[in-house]
Design a protein around this ligand. Structure first.
Ligand code: IPE
Ligand code: IPE
Ligand code: MG
Length: 225
């Protein structure tokens, strides 16, 4: 049976869900927050150590400003409202991505959440925000060159946002779309990928548990026979 240390998720389909049921894409983003909580709680129960959630890509800036502002406000309110619950739950929050260009107020709240949960160790939740895998890799190579080090797998990994985090065992993408959309291209080299037809707000505990169980019975070869 394969142990599960790290689950990564591309939480897709919020906009379509909102349009379908509430005539508003943003309503779908709001509904998606519930699924985040379900998945966090279940990950703790299953003793998963890392959960990496794709919340906003470097390409998502191309969306209407109103939707972008809504997404950032939603995250900010979530962090403020749920901080005590996160602390109590033993959840350590971390953000990965090009964070410096995010709105200053949001950055402050993100730092607060990271600081207040920094000593927690039940589950580390990495929220990928303004995250793009290609620029992450380019940046790693630039740092290696600057330090006049050799380009090796180890040196690249040590300069990714995910430094010291094991590569994901499982990637889940909801929303009936089968692509990676610039997410963890390096880190997913040997990850088992599960695509889910359901939109993110409809994804539930049972769906999540089913994927975890499927993973456990897989034969992982890593190039061996
Ligand atoms: C994923 O849902 C969340 C973000 C990208 C922020 P989408 O907003 O992409 O939902 P769809 O794919 O348009 O339905
Ligand atoms: C990927 O979803 C990014 C996040 C879930 C944050 P998108 O909806 O942006 O991906 P594409 O554009 O359909 O590939
Ligand atoms: Mg989408």
């Amino acid at each position: 049976m394969n142990p599960i240390k790290h689950v990564a998720i591309i939480m897709d389909g919020n906009g379509r869900w909102g349009e379908k049921y509430k005539n508003s894409r943003n309503a779908g983003h709001k509904a998606g927050v519930n699924t985040v909580e379900i998945v966090m709680n279940e990950s703790i129960k299953k003793k998963i150590q890392y959960l990496t959630l794709y919340a906003f890509s470097t390409e998502n800036w191309k969306r209407p400003k109103k939707e972008i502002t809504f997404l950032f406000t939603l995250l900010e309110n979530f962090l403020i409202k749920k901080i005590d619950q996160l602390i109590k739950g033993g959840i350590k929050i971390r953000f990965i991505g090009n964070l410096k260009i995010l709105p200053k107020k949001l950055q402050k709240t993100m730092k607060m959440a990271e600081k207040k949960t920094s000593i927690n160790n039940k589950l580390e939740v990495n929220i990928a925000l303004n995250y793009g895998s290609k620029s992450e890799i380019i940046n790693a190579i630039k740092v290696i060159n600057k330090n006049q080090k050799k380009i090796t797998e180890k040196n690249i990994e040590d300069n990714l946002y995910t430094k010291n985090i094991p590569n994901p065992d499982i990637l889940i993408r909801t929303g009936n779309t089968q692509r990676l959309s610039n997410f963890l291209l390096w880190q997913l080299a040997y990850t088992e990928i599960f695509f889910e037809k359901k939109l993110w707000p409809d994804f539930n505990k049972k769906d999540f548990k089913n994927f975890l169980n499927k993973f456990k019975s897989l034969k992982r070869n890593f190039g061996l026979i």
